[in-house]
Ligand binder design. Structure first.
Ligand SMILES: C[S@@+](CC[C@H](N)C(=O)[O-])C[C@H]1O[C@@H](n2cnc3c(N)ncnc32)[C@H](O)[C@@H]1O
Length: 222
């Protein structure tokens, strides 16, 4: 189930202390409630059917559906840190001219589950997606209409810079803080810091959440 986008602004929150979670130096993203998003259920509630959180591996299908519901299919999409390219593949099936920018060459998976038909779909070995095999740099975004980062590394801040410089919307689902050009101080939330940086760059922010386990909140900056 795709949750509706809600307009929201966020004031920067100063944290009293540093919470260290495993090897992570930064706080996790805010709760759905804090972002003004509808919760998938009460903590004690047994969820079922469409409200049941799906496995993380379905994030590509869910994000492709979200993009389709919110952005015109005529758009050229840059899938930053797109890994194997499944999000790009699914967007191309939906009509978007999508392309991966990713320094590590990775082949498309051999199959995926179509969540609408609940059937497994094979991807022929002959299939591939357009790839730019390098690190994302701000200038790359100029020739695209939409910048997407699904759990991308090394590029979240640059994607926001690109959105502001070229006036292109950016869909970010930030996850780990790896290889970024700048980071918040330990103890701050990476998600909130990125929202703050987007707003500092003059971008408006709309939060969303997808129905999968793990880091499933994101924002559109434009
Ligand atoms: C956690 S993986 C996410 C891959 C995919 N989007 C997914 O959800 O499975 C992060 C990806 O970012 C890529 N990456 C690392 N530094 C990058 C950079 N500077 N520009 C673009 N991609 C980068 C990595 O190679 C890796 O494939």
């Amino acid at each position: 189930m795709v949750q509706p986008v809600r307009n929201a602004t966020l004031t920067r929150i100063a944290f009293a202390g540093c919470v260290v979670l495993g090897t992570h130096k930064h706080l996790p993203p805010p709760s759905l409630e804090e972002l003004g998003l509808e919760s998938f259920g009460r903590p004690d509630e047994r969820l079922s059917g469409a409200r049941l959180l799906k496995p993380k591996k379905f994030r590509f299908q869910l994000l492709a559906d979200f993009i389709e519901a919110n952005f015109d299919a005529s758009m050229r999409v840059l899938d930053v840190g797109g890994g194997k390219g499944l999000l790009t593949y699914l967007l191309r099936l939906r009509g978007y001219a999508a392309c991966v920018v990713e320094p590590e060459f990775q082949v498309l998976p051999g199959k995926y589950k179509d969540l609408n038909t609940n059937k497994r779909v094979k991807i022929p070995q002959t299939e591939s997606v357009p790839r730019i095999s390098e690190n994302f740099e701000v200038e790359l975004a100029e020739n695209f209409d939409l910048i997407v980062g699904l759990h991308a590394h090394g590029a979240n801040l640059k994607m926001l810079e690109a959105a502001a410089r070229f006036g292109k919307p950016c869909v970010l689902m930030p996850c780990c803080v790896i290889g970024e050009s700048a980071t918040p101080t330990p103890g701050e939330s990476w998600f909130k810091w990125l929202v703050h940086m987007a707003e500092e760059a003059g971008l408006g922010v709309e939060y969303f959440c997808l129905n999968f386990k793990g880091q499933n909140v994101g924002f559109i900056a434009r």
